[in-house]
Design a protein around this ligand. Sequence first.
Ligand SMILES: Nc1ncnc2c1ncn2[C@@H]1O[C@H](COP(=O)(O)OP(=O)(O)O)[C@@H](O)[C@H]1O
Ligand SMILES: N[C@@H](CCC(=O)OP(=O)(O)O)C(=O)O
Length: 388
Amino acid sequence: MNENNTEISLEDGLFLRQTYFDKAKRIVVKVGSAVLTDEKGIDTNIIQNIARELSFLKKSGREVILVSSGAVAAGKRKITIPDNVEIGIEEKQALAAIGQPVLMQSYEAAFEECGQVVAQVLLTHSDLANRKRYLCVRNTILALFRFDAIPILNENDTVAVDELRFGDNDTLAALIANLIEADMFICLTDVVGLYTGNPQTDSDARQLYTVAAVTKEIESMAGNVKSALGTGGMRSKIRAAKMVSSGGGSSFIGPGRNPQILQQLFSGEMVGTFFLPAQDKIKPRKQWIAHVLHPRGFLMLDAGACRAISANGCSLLPSGIQEIRGDFGVGDAVHCIDPDGKVIAAGLINYCSSDVAKIKQHRSDEISNLLGTKDYDEVIHRDNLVLL
Ligand SMILES: Nc1ncnc2c1ncn2[C@@H]1O[C@H](COP(=O)(O)OP(=O)(O)O)[C@@H](O)[C@H]1O
Ligand SMILES: N[C@@H](CCC(=O)OP(=O)(O)O)C(=O)O
């Protein structure tokens, strides 16, 4: 372990990897656009390779999901875009509509060769933000496992408006990994792993092999850069690894163009970057509150309230709320901010924003007088509060 307790030695890393790979039975594999497409369009060699690699995992008795990007890139290569057309959101959504069937056709053909059935699942953020639909997605995926199919997921880009977007497929894959309680998230991209800095611009950057915890230091290693075709960049991959880790899974970031990357990994070769699961796992419902729901508002807390929720395991009472931002209703997700401006918790709120504005900085026994009625003493009950 290094002095910041983030990076593990090569020998310890090798042993730990093997332990986690041996017991990984449910796996989410994500492949990025940068891996799947070349200047001519979808690279069928890569698709065939991914089909072989995933079929290998499946035949070894594991349950596998593929989250595949590439619809926009495939659409772009399928048509000639007039020079005077600027590619904005609407054009990208149209390109995804053109490219998604092209992508699926390639997968269908490649998996057919391996005797493997696949299924297409397209999701928007609102499918996961609604608790009933969230659980329905889980049940459908588990039913596909029972049919021995490999679900192939992508964001339903064509109908995903701004506030309903996952933003990138690294995030979608991590949320799905937590939804189905996967043991492992494997993110295949166009670099060999996580480097201490962006390898394209930092010649001193060196590769990390085993990361014990996604700290601020690890997060700062990802530059703002991404490949020409990518959306998320390394930053969203690290964030995704952190989410999966908090759900109790391990993650791997590695080179998607290596023809036998998954076989190398599962036979214990030291490739890519491996992230260990967190020590304290967050329960599935709290994962949903913390990572799936977008906050509709923010509560600025004083130091006492921060201590009460962080160190003492208490619910959030109105007296510790200094300020509020946003327009939220009862049951919406909000984030709690400490006096330094750091997000420390997420939760489902018991009062709407106009009521919180009236009861903030007051004791709970004053709520009835201030609002004319009182449904709860707590603004956020402990059962609906997650520390971040
Ligand atoms: N610290 C880092 N280590 C590795 N790659 C990095 C780092 N910081 C930025 N990157 C960039 O992230 C890119 C991969 O992300 P992205 O383009 O989104 O790929 P994908 O299409 O596979 O999702 C790499 O090509 C690299 O330029
Ligand atoms: N949904 C988009 C991919 C978005 C995305 O996250 O791309 P990438 O960073 O290449 O994984 C598509 O299919 O083109």
